[in-house]
Ligand binder design. Structure first.
Ligand code: NAI
Length: 346
């Protein structure tokens, strides 16, 4: 049998290195492409059996139709979230697989790194001491011990984040659409979480239902000085409302690994360009906002797990009836489908 051909979009050096290491004996024929998969670039996958995509590729109706016309059978996401794929439209046309977990520790630990950097002003201290400025003016932080952290989404990443926060002696409250039974987690309503939390961290998927869950109204119910951490998906937060709340001194700090318009800028070097996104530029100019460019996942362990699972997803799909990590829009509505999930969904 011919080697399976994979068009690998949005490839960076770190992706290439981990996939070359996982693709022992060149089992798969991988075409590494620097560009994202969009309506303008789908043709680069001509002749391939599968496309491998990441968080900012755009797998909408148009792209799905074109991929199907080219005979492509599989969209292999090398990430956990799948909000950039129209999975409902894909059903019955093209299969979609993902990497459900690669290192929840990587993301939870990055959320904590952002929090500590922000509240202890490490980002400021780093710049000051490099300039031999040893003043402590404006560097006062606060203890995490005894503070209340509200965690939205208590899945794999949220639970690890909770464990770390407990290690700091913080009080943890949480909201989840599907609370875990017997978890020992204090679940509260979203409204109570907004009102009680000193720090709020997001670890839930982005859906139509929770898009802009942080908006002018929800922010108005939060404590003055609240610290927001988003390592989940940018569009959970209405960026303009966040910017206004920072200007009003209502939000004390924001730690953002994701941003709702990130696909236009993240993962690229724009240091010699004029950035057109005024909201992003203004947010970055704030002393109490830290932005990292969707790097929470980026550890050696995670990259290796991503490559291994992605290639094993492709191997399983093309060599058997099974498709263990399939994403199917019907599955979340049919819990038994998830439980017995071995075979392909259609
Ligand atoms: P998971 O599937 O283990 O947990 C998600 C949790 O969110 C579940 O408990 C689920 O019940 C809950 N949930 C679903 N809808 C909700 C809603 N509307 N409101 C509140 N809770 C809801 O997922 P995991 O692995 O913990 O990942 C969480 C999110 O982190 C992913 O969806 C992804 O968006 C993001 N992520 C970000 C990365 C980064 O590099 N910044 C890397 C990996 C994931």
């Amino acid at each position: 049998m011919d080697r399976i051909k994979i068009a690998f979009y949005d490839a960076k050096d770190y992706d290439r290195n981990s996939f070359i290491a996982s693709n022992g004996n060149d089992e798969f024929d991988i075409r590494y492409l620097e560009t994202r998969l969009t309506a303008d670039t789908y043709k680069l996958a001509e002749g391939c059996d599968a496309v491998c995509v990441f968080v900012n590729d755009e797998i909408d109706r148009f792209v799905i139709d074109r991929l199907c016309e080219m005979g492509i059978k599989l969209v292999a996401l090398r990430c956990a979230g799948y909000n950039n794929v129209d999975v409902e439209y894909a059903y019955g046309k093209i299969h979609v697989v993902r990497v459900p977990a690669y290192s929840p520790y990587a993301v939870a630990e990055h959320a904590i790194a952002l929090l500590l950097t922000s509240i202890r002003r490490i980002h400021k201290a780093y710049i000051r001491t490099r300039d031999f400025n040893f003043s402590l003016e404006g560097m006062t932080g606060f203890d995490l011990h005894g503070k209340t952290v509200g965690v939205v989404g208590t899945g794999k990443i949220g639970r690890i984040f909770i464990d770390i926060c407990r290690g700091f002696g913080m009080n943890v409250i949480a909201y989840d659409k599907f609370p875990a039974a017997d978890s020992g987690i204090e679940y509260v309503s979203l409204d109570e979480l907004w009102q009680r939390s000193d720090i709020i961290s997001f670890h839930c998927p982005l859906t139509d239902e929770n898009r802009h869950m942080v908006n002018a109204d929800s922010i108005s119910r939060m404590k003055k000085g609240v610290v927001l951490i988003n390592t989940s998906r940018g569009a959970l937060i209405d960026s303009e409302a966040l910017l206004n709340a920072i200007k009003d001194r209502k939000v004390g700090a924001a730690c953002l690994d994701v941003y709702e318009e990130e696909s236009n800028v993240f993962f690229h070097d724009y240091s010699n360009h004029i950035v057109n996104d005024d909201i992003l530029a203004r947010l970055i100019s704030m002393p109490n906002v830290i932005v990292t460019s969707h790097q929470a996942f980026l550890t050696e362990e995670a990259l290796s797990n991503i490559a291994d699972t992605t290639l094993s997803n492709v191997r399983e799909f093309f060599s058997s009836d099974a498709c263990s990590n399939e994403v199917c829009y019907k599955c979340p509505n049919l819990p038994t489908c998830r439980q017995d999930h071995v075979k392909k969904c259609f």
